[in-house]
Design a protein around this ligand. Structure first.
Ligand code: C2E
Ligand code: MG
Ligand code: MG
Length: 749
């Protein structure tokens, strides 16, 4: 095993010699010698002979026992007894050896050295007993001169000392193994660091007063400052501070010197133990009160340092792996996996208070990102993360679960969407810009029957989706009804896709007539879906699903082509009718929508002027900047534009002027009111007036009664559509319908 470089500060000797011998016990303490002899004179003579003698730097202290029982009692009471001078023959010839047998065998006292003495020369002790009982020497009393006694005792004490050192090392080795085993269980650097401090203090038998400095990297490895990762006792207040901010403190100075010199040293009133690292993030443990020349043996000590350093590297690796698995790279918040686990824990061990999960999603973040660029986008995400964290109480956990979607889980009263919306609505200062954001929320109560963290997040997402559909700054909470609705929509979408592929979608045509004559002037194409079992699914049900999924692009293109082909055929047959086709926002935004329309017109040979696109008011007004140029290009081709469901949206007059539609379609809801005896016609009247002043035509949809027809005519609306004239007709029924005489109305009053 190689030893770390390990010297004392200054010119001092090597603290730990690699080939260190037994540790030197503190001088001054006396060796205890037990004299067992039934003749008190012998004891007195021994004491006298060795008066004021020092052996191996320590004086001697004598205890006397005159029999076996007394000797055993003293041995138990004085574990420090190093040597026993034992009379072989006392009350019986075997008394001495019997006592030895009990000391070693019964009392298991292996350390004290035993020197047998006998007064009778020529009496041969049993050689086997001497070997078996670990007896150091056998002497005849008269032979033991003062000098002899000194030599014999010195040899015995030296061997006692060796035994003591071996035993101490064995204890240290045991402690060391235990220390390492515990350390390897730590998963975070602070937990590990605390473990090192306590175990190191135990090894050195000093109080746990110290610091563990680490977590940094050398400048050559990216340069991050070292911190006090763990601190105990008097130094606890330094925890997590940067060591360069504590540079005035003597212990930290020792730490810094140890880091700079890459070696362990004494300083600041303690020992700074340098832990090298293979991964460039070395550490130093500093422990107060460890004196120069402490008793820990060199080889063992080196082993502690090395294995601790290796374990520290391991912990850092585990920590980095955990971090990669549970921390969001950009914001350093918990990530989705961490959130899932946190919720799992909450569900497993439910808190007393009601808890909820709230997803916080930035409205139109992709647009913000496109407008300002990724850098500012990232800075905004940081800002949002910081505000979420600042606003979250200690019981709330904040995470980032997707690009611009954050999450907070905690007690219900700490997660009130209005409060969080207010925090988010203040502008964010980014690179001198004040950028305003709005957020939407999707939430789920954790007692709402979710079984896992993953499921809770899914539920909150479905609520968020619903909130997003409702527009900006919205809040929605998960409910089973909503969940069922979403499931139903998904089912519907699958069915719709299949129906489209199997050509089970078809178009019907509803006539628009001239108010006075009842003559058909236009046909509106309306989509129909007949399921395999013959049911008709209303378009109000499947069109929104198609729009949300994007399937409307394909459906719409198909409807456009078939309707144009159908209208072209009618034109060819002499029915020069206008064709109205409904167009959704998604369709309009397809880059080659205009080309598709142009090609369909060309293919059927239908003049562009015979086609009118019906755009709902909400679509037309939603993003005028995007919609207006698209419509302008189509209008330039000669295609007409009608604003559908007019009166239900929020048209601005200026946008309406810019859009310059050819026709407004008064929404059916304003037509129903026309049946009333008085009133009920004010909105219809206003729309008709508006159309007149804009120089735009107007058509009423949903006309069901003769009275409605009459009132509309009176108000100046000259085009009508509704069940009064015809329900939407199948293609096969069109020729008959067109051949019928028109249904003229009564002359207006
Ligand atoms: P819309 O464009 O406003 O179509 C008029 C709706 O009113 C049609 O419902 C029509 O059948 C119904 N209607 C017509 N006259 C009356 C009446 O006198 N009384 C009543 N109660 N209803 C009347 P429909 O066919 O169910 O279509 C519903 C909506 O689905 C349409 O509203 C339109 O927004 C959408 N839609 C239908 N086909 C298409 C399509 O091909 N593309 C797109 N994007 N949307 C379509
Ligand atoms: Mg329509
Ligand atoms: Mg309509």
């Amino acid at each position: 095993m190689s030893h770390p470089e390990w010297t004392e500060e200054g010119d001092g000797p090597l603290l730990f010699a690699a080939e260190s011998g037994p540790a030197a016990p503190a001088t001054g303490e006396a060796w205890t010698v037990l004299v067992v002899d039934d003749e008190p004179d012998v004891f007195a003579a021994t004491c006298l002979a060795l008066r004021e003698v020092e052996i191996l730097g320590r004086p001697l202290r004598f205890l006397h026992a005159s029999g076996a029982a007394e000797a055993l009692a003293l041995l138990v009471a004085h574990p420090e007894i190093a040597v026993i001078l034992l009379d072989v023959v006392m009350d019986s010839e075997s008394a001495g050896l019997d006592l030895v047998a009990r000391i070693r065998g019964e009392f298991k006292l292996m350390k004290p050295r035993i020197i047998l003495r006998t007064g009778q020369p020529g009496y041969a002790p049993e050689m086997r007993a001497i070997r078996d009982y670990d007896i150091n020497d056998y002497r005849i009393k008269s032979e033991l001169t003062r000098t002899r006694l000194f030599t014999v005792l010195t040899a015995a004490l030296r061997s006692y000392q060796t035994l003591e050192a071996v035993e101490a090392n064995r204890a240290d080795l045991q402690a060391l193994l235990e220390a390492q085993t515990g350390l390897l269980a730590a998963e975070t650097l602070p937990a590990f660091a605390e473990g090192v401090l306590t175990r190191m203090a135990a090894l050195f038998r000093v109080p746990v007063e110290g610091v563990f400095c680490g977590g940094g990297r050398r400048a050559s490895d990216g340069g991050e400052p070292h911190r006090v990762v763990a601190a105990t006792g008097h130094y606890a207040k330094w925890t997590w501070q940067r060591i360069d901010h504590l540079a005035a403190e003597p212990p930290i100075q020792a730490v810094q010197k140890a880091l700079a010199d890459r070696r362990s040293l004494h300083g600041g009133g303690g020992l700074a133990l340098y832990l090298p690292s293979r991964t460039g993030s070395d550490a130093v443990v500093w422990l107060a009160g460890i004196e120069r020349g402490h008793r820990l043996e060199g080889g063992l000590f080196a082993m502690f340092v090395q294995s601790t350093a290796v374990a520290a590297d391991g912990v850092r690796l585990v920590e980095r792996l955990r971090e990669a698995a549970y921390v969001d790279n950009l914001t350093r918040l918990a990530n989705r996996s961490a959130l899932v686990e946190a919720i799992d824990d909450l569900l497993h061990d439910p808190p007393d208070l009601p808890y909820r999960l709230l997803l916080v999603d930035i409205d139109q973040f992709s647009e913000i990102n496109e407008t300002f660029g990724d850098r500012i986008g990232d800075a905004l995400l940081h800002g949002v993360a910081a505000r979420l964290e600042a606003g979250a109480g200690s019981a709330v956990r904040v995470a980032r679960v997707a690009n611009d979607t954050f999450a907070a889980v905690g007690p219900r009263e700490a997660l009130v969407p209005d409060d969080w919306a207010r925090r988010m609505n203040m502008p964010f200062e980014v690179e001198g810009l004040g950028i305003g954001l709005s957020v939407s929320f999707g939430g789920v109560e954790l007692d709402a029957g979710c079984r896992s963290g993953g499921e809770a997040i899914k539920m909150a997402y479905s609520a968020l989706k619903r909130a997003k559909q409702a527009g900006h700054r919205s809040v929605a909470f998960y409910s089973h009804e909503v969940a069922n609705e979403i499931k139903e929509r998904t089912r519907l979408l699958h069915g719709l896709r299949a129906a489209f592929e199997q050509q089970r979608l078809f178009l019907v045509y509803q006539p628009q007539v001239e108010a006075g004559s009842g003559r058909t002037i236009a046909l509106e194409a309306l989509m129909r879906w007949r399921t395999e079992d013959g049911r008709l699914v209303p378009p109000d049900r499947f069109i929104p699903v198609a729009e949300q999924s994007g399937l409307i692009k394909d459906l719409g293109a198909w409807a456009m082509r078939s309707a144009i082909a159908q209208a072209a055929a009618l034109h060819a047959a002499g029915h020069a009718l206008r064709l109205a086709v409904n167009v959704s926002m998604n369709q309009l935004l397809v880059p080659d929508f205009k080309r598709m329309v142009g090609e369909a017109l060309a293919a059927g040979g239908l003049p562009a002027t015979a086609l009118e696109l019906e755009i709902t008011e909400s679509v037309a007004m939603q993003s005028p900047d995007v919609v207006l140029p698209k419509l302008a290009a189509l209008k330039a081709m000669g295609v007409g534009v009608a604003i559908d469901d007019f009166g239900t949206g929020h048209s601005s007059l200026s946008s309406l002027e810019k859009l310059a539609p050819d026709r407004l379609k008064i929404d059916r809801s304003f037509i129903t009111g026309l049946d009333a005896e008085t009133g009920g016609d004010s909105i219809a009247a206003m729309i008709i007036e508006l159309a007149r002043s804009l120089g735009v035509k107007v058509v009423a949809e949903g006309v069901e009664t003769a009275r409605q027809r009459q009132r509309l005519q009176a108000l100046g609306c000259h085009e009508l559509q509704g069940y009064l004239f015809a329900r939407p007709l199948a293609v096969a029924d069109l020729p008959d319908w067109l051949a019928r005489p028109p249904m003229a109305g009564e002359a207006p009053p």
